[in-house]
Write a protein that binds this ligand. Structure first.
Ligand SMILES: C[S@@+](CC[C@H](N)C(=O)[O-])C[C@H]1O[C@@H](n2cnc3c(N)ncnc32)[C@H](O)[C@@H]1O
Length: 218
């Protein structure tokens, strides 16, 4: 088990209580993702966590077959107790799907992939696993394109978190954890890498401070 994995295992039971306090627009990402799909028969949820995105998809498309992948056994247990699907404990960096999907999603996950070349190969795996006309939705944290926007985003994100959490929690826990563990990319780098993985068209669906939702079409 990796350190990232240990972190998520220990956070699993409280995850749904804190994620909205940390991620501006989290509920937008969750609620809009199914609306943008076109009655998918099969969906792959990479880093499914407690299953919030998958639950939204299943609510709208009861017949959709979900495949949910996560490294954290504790996260998977919660997701499995909420929704019907195929649950696989795997690192997305090693995951090789055995079927094709109409849609793939990764919500707040890709910043956990530490090496840039691994991230590129995960985008390629996603692109290869989609049926023709398939779509990939990714929501994630980004860093600014330069020092000015980098500082601005951290300042604005800190203010957002301070609306929901104490200074001790934000400055003593969440911001240091982010700086130590997360590997976010700039928006332009993400788009370049997704494009290189073989997607025809890429569109930004939403941007809220340093969090973006991107749709990529095969
Ligand atoms: C911030 S949570 C997001 C969970 C869910 N997608 C959501 O939107 O609420 C990140 C999830 O990704 C999982 N994760 C992190 N790195 C991973 C990796 N390399 N492979 C598979 N899962 C990973 C974590 O265990 C955790 O459940």
């Amino acid at each position: 088990m990796t350190k990232v994995n240990d972190e998520y295992d220990s956070q699993a039971s409280s995850y749904d209580n804190f994620i909205r306090k940390l991620v501006p627009g989290y509920d937008f990402f969750i609620s809009v993702t199914p609306l943008l799909m076109n009655n998918p028969t099969s969906v792959l949820d990479l880093g499914c966590g407690t299953g919030n995105s998958s639950a939204g998809i299943k609510n709208l498309y009861a017949d959709a077959k979900l495949t949910c992948v996560d490294t954290s056994q504790e996260m998977l247990k919660i997701a499995e107790s909420r929704i019907e699907g195929n649950f696989i404990q795997s690192n997305i960096e090693d995951f090789q799907p055995k079927q094709k999907f109409d849609a793939v999603i990764s919500t707040m996950v890709m910043h956990n992939v530490q090496a840039i070349e691994k991230r590129q190969s995960v985008y390629k795996m996603i692109s290869d696993s989609l049926n023709p006309g398939g779509v990939y939705f990714t929501s994630d944290i980004i860093v600014g394109e330069n020092d000015i926007t980098y500082s601005l985003y951290i300042k604005m994100w800190r203010n957002f978190m301070l609306n929901n959490l104490t200074e001790e929690e934000v400055d003593g826990k969440w911001l240091p954890l982010h700086k130590e563990k997360d590997k976010p990319l700039t928006l332009s780098k993400q788009i370049e890498m997704i494009s290189r993985a073989g997607f025809k068209s890429i569109e930004i669906i939403n941007k809220n401070i340093n969090f973006v939702m991107i749709a990529a079409f095969k």
